[in-house]
Design a protein around this ligand. Structure first.
Ligand code: IP8
Length: 246
């Protein structure tokens, strides 16, 4: 089984509020059709969820956020999720809408429900979850990032490999030279805080990728503008990107 995160930066146009990147979504879906293994998808918020989270000052920390904000952020994520579902449906990938409320209780995963997700994937559907705003209890809500969901699902489901699809080639050694790091063995990737958003942007992703790889799973970071690289990573072919060796 393969666990794939479609980053908000690739499925939306982050510069333009509430704008999906339909062509990138369709191209990724078309490539995924070539994969012969069960797949689970998680997607980010991009110019949907992140746009509204910033507007309403909402974060990953549980707090009593604006109720209007909670409603608006959640609605925007449902809207983005539907766009992805429709594209996957069009490409005969049999998507299965999976809001994180289906397997999270407060900030804890429901083990039994998480385990059912892999059964759904193995039955031939593609569960599609997403970063969202969740009820925490005691009048508090919090933003659960798609990257965090990746960590949670990877830990419980132990997929064969994990892929983060980005709009850059992978992890650069530094932002000036843009020299790509092909393989990160030690989990000590030094991180400069570039491109931060409400859930931590690239540094959060690197942290999550490093953590997942520590449990023995290979984690790939690939450019979704070249979606054939996703399939190459899955099929063990030469590919351009960064791998955190598990
Ligand atoms: O894009 C965050 O998910 P991410 C989703 O994976 C919201 O960080 C609601 C901002």
């Amino acid at each position: 089984m393969i666990l794939i995160k479609l980053g908000g930066s690739i499925i939306t146009n982050k510069q333009k509020p509430l704008t999906p990147n339909i062509s990138a979504i369709n191209k990724i879906a078309a490539q995924l059709k070539k994969v012969r293994e069960p797949i689970i998808i998680v997607h980010g918020g991009g110019s949907f969820g992140h746009y509204w989270s910033v507007r309403y000052d909402m974060h990953t920390k549980p707090a009593k956020y604006s109720k209007k904000g909670v409603a608006v952020v959640k609605n925007s994520m449902v809207e983005l999720n539907e766009i992805i579902l429709n594209s996957f449906l069009k490409h005969n990938l049999n998507p299965y809408c999976l809001p994180p409320t289906d397997f999270m209780l407060g900030d804890k995963p429901d083990l039994k429900k998480v385990k059912e997700i892999s059964k759904i994937a193995k039955a031939g559907l593609v569960p599609i979850s997403y970063g969202d705003v969740l009820w925490h209890g005691k009048n508090k809500f919090y933003i659960l990032s798609g990257d965090r969901i990746m960590g949670i699902l990877a830990k419980i489901l132990k997929p064969r490999l994990v892929i983060f699809v980005l709009n850059v080639d992978g992890v650069y050694s530094d932002m000036k030279t843009k020299k790509l790091l092909y393989e990160i063995k030690s989990q000590k990737a030094s991180i400069t805080k570039v491109g931060m958003d409400v859930t931590g942007g690239m540094s959060r992703k690197i942290m999550e990728a490093a953590m997942i790889s520590k449990s023995g799973i290979d984690v790939f970071l690939v450019n979704g503008n070249k979606p054939e690289r996703i399939v190459n990573a899955i099929k063990g072919k030469n590919f351009e990107g960064t791998v955190f060796r598990g």
